[in-house]
Design a protein around this ligand. Structure first.
Ligand SMILES: C[S@@+](CC[C@H](N)C(=O)[O-])C[C@H]1O[C@@H](n2cnc3c(N)ncnc32)[C@H](O)[C@@H]1O
Length: 182
């Protein structure tokens, strides 16, 4: 991964690593080394458990009101190497999207806070499922990552029609920045 193109991990249908070499772009450098050491020290110092399986196999039943759930799923309206349904992965379709939103609704009913990263628009496409869900449930807050998108009537200008409208949807009010990274 350190030397692969854009530091990405990608597999073929036989689950063999097949990302190209990131010639003159990617390398194992001092910054990566320092970050890695810091990361390893941290995870050795805290009580943490990593799991690796489909989100709908995860057992959310043990979570309580003091827990926080952050979801960064594939975007339904864009294509990544992890959501094209190839390379041995399930892919990400409307079915997965709806299943995840149901899980989040259930968390809210149990007073567990969550945040969901996503895009509402991308390259002229719209995620109607997500937009309708965010509008239909008044406990949800849509936090736009760019201030000029925070108007709900936002329409990309002609030169920006390929722009992504990135959001963080939460079931609680984010204290200060309505706009997260401006
Ligand atoms: C937007 S990326 C998240 C990137 C991650 N936050 C990071 O910083 O590396 C979406 C991730 O969802 C994973 N994914 C795809 N389908 C999944 C599923 N059914 N269950 C759990 N994870 C899935 C992909 O492998 C990918 O790593």
């Amino acid at each position: 991964m350190a030397f692969s193109f854009n530091h990405q991990i990608r597999f073929n249908n036989s689950h063999e690593f097949n990302n190209p070499f990131g010639r003159e772009r990617s390398s194992f450098n001092d910054t990566m080394r320092a970050n890695l050491i810091q990361f390893v020290r941290k995870i050795q110092a805290i009580n943490i458990q990593f799991t690796c399986f489909d989100f709908d196999q995860f057992d959310f039943s043990g979570l309580t009101e003091t827990d926080f759930v952050y979801c960064d799923p594939p975007y339904l309206i864009s294509l990544g190497t992890y959501n094209d349904g190839k390379r041995g992965f399930t892919g990400w379709s409307e079915m997965q999207e709806c299943k995840l939103l149901k899980i989040l609704e259930n968390l809210h009913q149990r007073h567990i806070r969550f945040a969901l990263s996503n895009v509402l628009q991308h390259k002229g496409k719209e995620n109607d499922i997500l937009t309708n869900w965010a509008n239909a449930n008044n406990y949800l807050k849509t936090n736009y990552l760019r201030a000029d998108y925070s108007n709900s009537n936002y329409q990309p200008s002609v030169c920006e029609k390929n722009a992504s409208v990135e959001v963080l949807i939460t079931n609680y009010e984010i204290e200060k920045p309505k706009t997260l990274f401006d």
